[in-house]
Design a protein around this ligand. Sequence first.
Ligand SMILES: NC(=O)c1ccc[n+]([C@@H]2O[C@H](COP(=O)([O-])OP(=O)(O)OC[C@H]3O[C@@H](n4cnc5c(N)ncnc54)[C@H](OP(=O)(O)O)[C@@H]3O)[C@@H](O)[C@H]2O)c1
Length: 240
Amino acid sequence: MPAYRVMKGRLITARIYGNEADVGRGIQRAIEEGFVTREEIFVTTKMWTDDFDNGAEAINASLERLGLDYIDLMILHHSQPSNDVEAYQAMEQAVSEGKLRSIGLSNYYTPEDFDRLVNATSITPALLQNETHPYHQSMEMKEHLRQYGTVMESWFPLGGRGNTQTLFHDEVISGIAQAHGKTSAQIILRWHLQAGNIAIPGSSNEDHIQENFEIFDFELTDEEMEQMTGLDRNERFAGY
Ligand SMILES: NC(=O)c1ccc[n+]([C@@H]2O[C@H](COP(=O)([O-])OP(=O)(O)OC[C@H]3O[C@@H](n4cnc5c(N)ncnc54)[C@H](OP(=O)(O)O)[C@@H]3O)[C@@H](O)[C@H]2O)c1
């Protein structure tokens, strides 16, 4: 698929996945060929834990690999109490220098851990990216985030590669899908939307990517939302 097709919407990348240079080349080409402007895309990357002691350098290296003079959002990849405050402060400094537009966190799973970082820093995290899907709805963290205005972004929004069929064949989810003439994937993504989560589904299948955008022409009823809430088991698929 041409890179510019993907870049019509939000764009996700992260330094640990080794894709910043490729993403940067795709952006460059899409801009040169007139498909998008820099302002029309939203570039996110993460700072990996090994870089936490050298945050400023890590940010500059990401900018260089991406070929950009600013990144829309950078987040810390995981909680790491030994030095994540220093890493976050490096991101705050980069905000003041115009290199980062917004900053946030990923993989902070308790209010205490989140507050540990927030109380030691100045800029409120714009978002928290945690594993969130119908079997792990992150209710406690979402409730906690409310006071900060921090948004929950769901990774593994469909359960993640290898786990999606478990969610897709869940009786409640597939039942709601049947009632709306939609797929289970669309029901889960619509649930994320109505539950106030930002969902970032991953796919390398063009039909699935298209399908995942087609969730704005129907709504889950209050009763269906309640049924979805009832699926929460506080159970993560990932082991970290
Ligand atoms: N912060 C973190 O620690 C962390 C950890 C893991 C992931 N993430 C991020 O979270 C995002 C999503 O992660 P993910 O891709 O692993 O999880 P995911 O979106 O829950 O699941 C991806 C799987 O869903 C399938 N899929 C997508 N749309 C579908 C559809 N309409 N119908 C059927 N199958 C569909 C994909 O297969 P096809 O390719 O065949 O469509 C793929 O196997 C990524 O941006 C990733 O970087 C963050």
